[in-house]
Structures are given as C-alpha cells and as structure tokens.
Write a protein that binds this ligand. Sequence first.
Ligand code: MV4
Length: 522
Amino acid sequence: MFKKILIANRGEIAVRILRACRELGIRSVAVYSEADRAAMHVLSADEAYPIGPALATESYLSIPKILQAAKLSGADAIHPGYGFLSENAQFAQACADARIKFIGPTPAAMEKLGSKTRARQQMEKAGIAVVPGSSRGLPSKEDAVKVAAKIGYPVMLKAAAGGGGKGMRLVQDARQLPAAFETAQSEALRAFGDGEVYLEKAILNPRHIEMQVLADEHGNTVYLGERECSVQRRHQKVLEEAPSPQVDPELRRRMGEVAVRVAQAGEYSNAGTVEFLVDQDRNFYFLEVNARLQVEHPVTELVTGLDLVHLQIRIAAQEKLPFCQEDVRLRGHAIECRIYAEDPENNYFPSPGKITLLAEPAGPGIRHDSGIYEDWTVPSEYDPLLAKLIGYGSDRGQAVARLERALDEYFVGGIKTNISLFRRILADADFRAGRVDTGYLERLLAQARSNPDPQQASVVAIAAGLFAMLDSRAAGLGNGSKAASADDSWSSWKRAARFEGISRTDLRPVAGRGSGPSTHSQ
Ligand code: MV4
C-alpha cells in the first residue's frame, strides 16, 4: 500500500480524498495556490506545498509544479480528483515516468477514450450502440452536409476533443449546417487545440443517465448502478440521484452490462463513468466515458455501501476487486444537491466572497461534503462549488424529506448561494414524480421567472426588521425577543438571526443562561 498520497486538487474533493487517506493510514499531501493558503484542504492535510499563483494554469494545472511537490514530499502516488489534470493523459504519463502512481486509468486508456471519435470507433467495433452518426472527423462542410443528409435532421455537431457539451451545436436543417460547421471547427481548435468535429443524430429531450464502473488492473470489471443527472443547466449538473427513478432493474442490468463492455473495450481500469443518453422510448446510447472520480460519486457510495475513493486507492495499489458483480446490492435512495456560491437573483452568476456565518446541516441520512468554513473567503479564481449536501433514505420520499429538513438547517452568510433553488426543485410536482429530462431545470426556472414568489418581498421586509431588532438588542437597547416569534415558515431566517445575535453578543445558546455551566454531557 502507498505510504503517502499527494492530492492534485482543491476544495471539497481534496478534503474527501484526504479523509480516505486518513482512514487508510496513508499520509496526505495537499498542494495549494496563492489564493488557497487558508483553504480547508490545506488545513486538513498532513503536509501542504505551495505550487504557485492563483491562476490555475500556473498551479493546479501545472504538471511540473505538481510533480515537483510530489518529489519534495516523497509521495508515492497522486490522486487527481476531478477537473484540473484528472483526465490529462500526458499528466498520467508524466507520473509514470517519475515512478509515481497515478490513481486512475492508464495513459493509453485515457487517450483512447479522450477522443470521442476514437471512442465511438472502439465501441462500434465492440458492437455497442452509439448515437447514429459519423465516427470520423469531417474534413469539410461539404462532407458534413452529405453525412447529415444520411443521418437525418436535426443533427448535433460535436468536437472530437470536447466533452460535457463544450463545442456542441444543434443544427436543424441543411441551410444552417455550413456556417455551424465553420464556427464549431474554429471554436474546437481554439478551446481544445484540435479542430476535429463530427456529427450525431440529435436526440430530443434526452435524459442523462450514467453508470458507475470499477475495474481493477487484473481484468475484473463491475458496474455499481446508475445516477440520474438530468437536472442540469448549461451543462452544469445541479442535482443527481441514485438510483434513477426512471430505470427499472431490467434496464439497469442492460445498461450496466453495456457499461462493463465499454470499459473492457477501452482497457479501462480504476473508477470510471459511462454516460448514456436515454430517449423518450427508453432506448439508451453510449455517449462518452468520464475517466475520473466524479463530483456526484457520493450518491453511488450511499446506495452501494462502498467507499469509491478507498477502492480507487486499493485498485491503484494493484489489489484485486474485493467483490464481484453478484455481491453488489443497491439499497435505499440518495440525492445530491450541489451547493454553489452563485446568486439566484442574478442568473446564478458566481458570487465569491467571505463566508461570515455558516450553519451546517447534519443528522440522520445527511452527508455534507464541504470545502468551506466560517470566515474563509471563497476565491473568485475557481469553480464556485462550495459543498455537496447529500440526503439518504430507505426510499426516495425519505431522502427528499431529509434533504428538505437539512436545507432548513443550512445557512451560509456573507455570500449568495443556490440553496433556495433546491427547496424549489424538491417541492416541484414533476421532480417528485421523477419526471425529469435535460430540459427540466430550464422549464422550472422559466416558470419561476414568469411567476415570481409573492412572498419574497415579505421575506425581505421581515428579515430587515429582525436584523434591526437584533442590532438594537446587541447594543443593549430594548427587547428584541418578540421579533423571534414571527410566522413559522421563516424558521431558518429566525435561527440564523438568533445565531448571529448570539455570536455577536457572546451569549451561550443554552437554557439556564447565567446559571453556570450545563451539567449535560451528551
Ligand atoms: C447530445 C444531445 C442530443 N443528441 N447528443 C451535452 C453534454 C455532452 N456530454 C453531450 N450532450 C448532449 N449530447 C446527441 N446526439 C444532447 C446533449 C445534451 C445534454 C446531455 C447530457 C446532459 C445535459 C444535456 C443538456 C443539453 C444537451
């Protein structure tokens, strides 16, 4: 087993991986940019090394800087997390050259699956259903028009080097195609340094369902069930759940078996995700492989009872999978809310800044994977994901109820967050019925725009009144206690206000205030 692992990442995922290292008795090494000196992952690691300026290309994305920190610290393995260098085959190769184990698939597998046209060719050879389309780069717009006529409109123009919707274009008819081809090609060249584009038939209102796979370095591959990821906006996932309310055991088995064949065709090892598009008739098509641990991995952990990061580390240490497919059992239901520093009032624009107040949810069936703490300043340089709130229950209804309860306990002060969005989603009839596709969230938000919350103005007025009262109480004027007995529906505002008032005046929130220390020990 490894003695020391360097985590080439930041934020909540770095903290998640550090915890796994601690549990396995492995020393952990954090790396940090100038913007992250005081970040949570730096505070919780055994050791931490600075790797340069805030700009990611000069720190978290710099292969030489990361490898230098690995050598200085004597780490024998690197966990890349997600994003940054996690799917960079060159980085995986550079680790191998430096005799440091990269915790992930081999550079060859990453290369094979990194190009979408290459991946499609592999899968076609293995007899796996891909979305109908071309599996080679299109040399010219004339070729594109020819191929599109054969596939039938509407079509999707995609960059071979793209992924996650970047460089993708929906084309309705032949007249639009030449111009779309030109822009897609130059965009792809600029964004990925590779202008290769190809065509797929467009699947309308698809659902995005992905299958978790795990493969050891001895040829054993299993699937761990699916995640429903359709609740997203502009290719940013917002909420994910396992299992998908739209997948029955038979469909799960078929998708799982295809996902295992995809992994085997790609000579894949370690943890990976096979993405599918599912159409309105429940046909599913292979889309791409995400060759990394994903943000939403906790929902799979909760319904399988497995620790994916432990397993990644054990696989990288050449251990065999400690179970087989028949041993994998799904139990209960888990839903993850991605908590972002974003302003719901300003089109969910990033909202970094200092966290002046933080009340974190806990309790039965709640997992909170976070990379933040009170008084820390969320830097503006990186993805604004703050934390993930995951609710687990014996069924979907209980998972939803626990999440709603936890959202009421949750308060982040000083910055804007998207927490309110989850109250809306969890209360929505379509969501509760499991009727979600990739257009779901845009529809919900459009509905909210044309139909704003009539209580919003009252919430603002009540909050302003409350804070004014608490301020006067803190200053020793008047009696603010009456303010706290407003309508029940503002309970989290009341709690936050009370909390803030108490911390400001340094009183303790216990009964028998002023009568000496409490004798309770639980
Ligand atoms: C598609 C598609 C429809 N037809 N491909 C977007 C992200 C990338 N991984 C693939 N994406 C799509 N590919 C064909 N042939 C629709 C999408 C798509 C989508 C996919 C997954 C999750 C959200 C999405 C939102 C819009 C479009």
